[in-house]
Design a protein around this ligand. Structure first.
Ligand code: ANZ
Ligand code: ZN
Length: 820
């Protein structure tokens, strides 16, 4: 009976899993929990493509393996459903974002189900539904209550094409992350989350995470912590003073000028009359440049002298104050002390404007920097013999003692800008009252629902701003007429806590039950794209820590282990996208070959963390492999059914097989932990060959073969779930056992005792005559071989009563025992 693996098997297995509730998650299960999570996706109009399959399907194999290894696996799925694309689509087509989004979700959900993954759909969350965003708003209010949300007028990034502000994290090379339009700086009143309160912990805890090093270092650099010193300079002939931030206070004695950012609030006050025009023009000019531009090292340094001087806090010497665009106003204190012999930017600037170049000595020797060759040595004897760190410490403490400085840690990270002037997002639950000011919407009035009837237009204003039904309200405090906040929340706020809601998605009284969440979290294996390093992954960590500090959570980090899947590109080498027309739909492959062939092909053809350009070159050979495996299974089944077939048990062949089987298990279980699916499949192919070689020996017993077949199917089950489930059922029928799922079986464990098969046959002679043969490990020592030989029963029988004169061991060949 050879049915041939087909779509029918896919359907049967899926139905079986559904009937048996194989994916059903029970929080109270005694087994150790394992939370496997794939970053949820945006329900876009295009169907699931090969890339989604690569991401979701392969992680499902890992989850299935973990389930078989004894874990209570939780693998939920949901949709990140708010966002600009649906709104832009509405402007273009008139189709309401809610309608298009919900329709897309329905399609995607169906496609995900067809994948046959063990997702916990009962725990699904959809971020654009009021029963979810009610709690997103609740989180906003909690942050507000705890001084972690605030409103401020600030220069922000504005994308003229998306017509909305962007968080710093959404600006890439001064362009909008989404549409690549160059951003503009605008002064606007916006809402922020105080992520900077957590900057220190966000850096410190990174080390404890099992995340790709590159991602950790990207996040670390983004947070950009610097340990340094604040130094206070007073201004000559004035009662004013200013601070600089430096990470090299050990070079303080070499300062030859100071630079303020053009936006620094002292600039106009201290500029002398003769320099005022020049300075004003310069300020005007730099306001047009982007930060990125200004910080770029290749950019020629420009600047102007203010005419004023600062007083060095230790030497009391006068040093000129310049302004330059290489100093940015939003970092440190917006002012720097310049030490051209030790800092390249300062050196370039000093050379261009003919400013003095001084150098200092630490460790009794000069820096090896090329600039120091030009510098004039400043003798600061009290610090010369110290190391750079000792000098920093000593100088800062001295400055502290004279009230001129202090230790200071500075971060590059800015607060998270969370308000967006768009419709399709969770409304910010705030009311503006003329009398009471900013009034939070009471918790009992949540959710603040998005109105459905709305006009979409591209005039740059938020549709909510023009919707009086939504905007006009009463003040929760004084009951007078008031206006709702019309900004909505950045969708990254929605996705910063969805992994918590999954555990308790139907809770109507709270975003989640803390007990449940504390039991299931943190996520044990998180899988998603590397592009989230400085956005989602940072925001989610912040929200977790903030909720922890409010007492809702008892863990510090949401995702202990993270893997980035590679990207499956279109055949043209570009990212798959509908507009490029290079998406690969899995459907036709699944119909032609079955979903497991497609899954195994993705595993085998690409490295999970690397991905690559799509090609279906090898899919036929994977199909052939599955057919071969199937023939092997069917041949075994035939042999097993035909019970009176006479087999002659061969211990040696059996041992060889056990070695092959256990080595495969060992390799596969270690590789799948690393999500190295391609090598898992390679090991399994090898096992298939050995199995079939073994079957051809015809030296086999019923029990050995049945056991082997069951193990073979269990090993393959996570990788080819439908196929293995089907044949597992058939093997069970042999002895009229009830059909149970292979996924309720324990994943085979490698038995160490079969793992040392690199053995050689050695003849044991007594006085030159062969008495018996034994197997020993190839790497056994002479002493070991001697001991094994002498404890062999045959040999003992032959030598009892005799005296051993000597034992000659010829490694890997023979042992000769000389007796008399
Ligand atoms: C004197 C000095 C001497 C510096 C030296 C460096 C080397 P990180 O590590 O990125 O924190 N700096 C401070 N504020 C700045 C601003 N707003 N715009 C541009 N540059 C600024 O860099 C800290 C160093 O960057 C500080 O230490 C300061 O220059 C400069 F041999 O002070 B340093
Ligand atoms: Zn009021």
């Amino acid at each position: 009976m050879n049915t041939g693996y087909s779509v029918k098997i896919d359907k049967d297995s899926q139905k079986f899993w559904e009937d048996q509730e194989i994916s059903k998650f029970d929080l109270n299960n005694e087994k150790e929990k394992l939370y496997v999570l794939e970053m949820f996706s945006y329900p876009s109009g295009s169907n699931l493509h090969a890339g989604h399959w690569f991401n979701f399907g392969l992680v499902d194999s890992y989850a299935r393996y973990k389930k078989m290894s004894g874990f209570n696996v939780f693998q939920p799925m949901g949709f990140d459903a708010f966002g600009l694309p649906a709104e832009n689509y509405a402007i273009k087509t008139g189709i309401h974002p809610k309608d298009s989004t919900m329709k897309n979700i329905d399609t995607m959900r169906l496609q995900l189900k067809k994948m046959g993954a063990l997702f916990n759909f009962e725990n699904e969350v959809v971020t654009c539904t009021p029963d979810y965003y009610k709690w997103t708003q609740w989180i906003f209010l909690k942050l507000y209550e705890n001084n972690l949300a605030y409103r401020e007028n600030a220069p922000v990034n504005f994308c003229p094409s998306c017509n909305t502000v962007l968080a710093n994290e959404q600006v890439i090379d001064n362009c909008c992350e989404r549409c690549s339009t160059e951003i503009e700086k605008k002064n606007l009143t916006q809402w922020f989350f105080k992520i900077t309160n957590y900057a220190d912990e966000l850096v410190n805890k990174l080390d404890s995470l099992d995340w790709p090093d590159k991602t950790k270092s990207m996040q670390k650099n983004w947070i950009g912590r610097s340990f340094g010193t604040i130094v206070n300079f007073s201004i000559d002939n004035s009662n004013k003073n200013f601070n600089v931030f430096t990470t090299r206070v050990d070079t303080l004695m070499g300062v030859s000028y100071v630079v303020l950012a053009p936006e620094h609030n002292l600039v106009l006050e201290i500029t002398t009359k003769d320099n005022l025009n020049k300075v004003k023009n310069y300020i005007e000019e730099s306001s047009k440049q982007s930060e990125i531009d200004r910080l770029s090292s290749s950019r020629e340094k420009t600047g102007v002298f203010t005419g004023s001087y600062a007083i060095h806090p230790i030497t009391n010497k006068k040093i000129p104050i310049w302004i330059s665009n290489y100093v940015i106003s939003t970092y440190g204190t917006g002012a720097v002390m310049a030490v051209p012999a030790h800092d390249e930017r300062d050196f370039e600037f000093a050379t261009k404007f003919n400013l003095p170049i001084n150098k200092v000595i630490t460790n009794n020797k000069e820096d090896e920097l090329p600039m120091t060759k030009k510098g004039v040595l400043i003798n600061s004897l009290q610090f010369n013999s110290l190391s750079s760190d000792e000098a920093k410490d000593k100088i800062t403490k001295y400055l502290e003692s004279i009230g001129k400085g202090s230790f200071k840690t500075t971060f590059r990270l800015r607060d998270w800008l969370i308000s967006r002037q768009r419709y399709w997002g969770a409304p910010i639950p705030i009311v503006h009252c003329d009398d009471c000011g900013i009034v939070p919407v009471p918790y009992t009035s949540l959710p603040v629902e998005l109105p459905y009837n709305i006009k979409f237009n591209a005039n740059g204003k938020s549709p909510l701003e023009e919707c009086s039904e939504f905007k006009e309200t009463t003040c929760p405090k004084c009951n007078k007429k008031a206006k709702r906040e019309t900004d909505t929340l950045d969708t990254f706020v929605c996705s910063s806590w969805y992994y918590l809601r999954y555990v308790d998605p139907k809770n109507n009284d709270a975003p989640f039950d803390s007990n449940k969440v504390n039991k299931m979290l943190p996520v044990d294996k998180y899988v998603g794209g590397p592009e989230h390093a400085c956005m989602h992954l940072l925001y989610a960590r912040f929200i977790t820590k903030a909720l922890r500090d409010m007492g809702y959570l008892n863990f510090d980090e949401p995702f202990t282990s993270l893997t980035h899947q590679g990207l499956i590109l279109g055949p043209d080498g570009f990212k798959m996208s509908k507009s490029r027309g290079n998406t690969i739909s899995p459907d036709k492959y699944i119909e032609e070959y079955g979903s497991d062939v497609f899954r195994v092909y993705l595993m085998f053809a690409f490295t999970y963390t690397e991905g690559g350009a799509w090609s279906d070159d090898g899919i036929k050979s994977i199909c052939k492999f599955i057919n071969r495996s199937e023939r092997l299974i069917n041949k075994s089944l035939d042999i097993l059914r035909n019970k009176n077939f006479i087999f002659d048990y061969d211990k040696e062949a059996h041992e060889e097989l056990l070695f092959a089987l256990n080595t495969s298990i060992k390799m596969i279980t270690s590789d799948i932990e690393q999500l190295q699916f391609n090598t898992c499949i390679a090991h399994f192919m090898k096992l298939t060959n050995q199995f079939s070689k073994y079957l051809n020996t015809n030296k086999i017993t019923y029990d050995v073969l049945k056991d082997l077949l069951l193990n073979y199917l269990k090993i393959f089950a996570p990788f080819a779930p439908h196929f293995s489930e089907y044949y597992f059922g058939i093997v069970k029928e042999l002895d009229n056992e009830a059909k149970t799922s292979v996924f309720l079986e324990e994943y085979p464990k490698a038995d160490e005792k079969y793992l040392t098969r690199d053995q050689v046959e050695i003849a044991i002679q007594i006085n030159g005559k062969i008495k018996t043969k034994i197997y020993v490990d190839t790497n056994s020592s002479e002493e070991e071989i001697k001991n094994i030989s002498l404890s062999n029963n045959d040999i003992i029988n032959n030598i009892t009563g005799k005296t051993i004169v000597k034992v000659i061991v010829i490694q890997n060949r023979l042992v000769n025992i000389v007796v008399k």
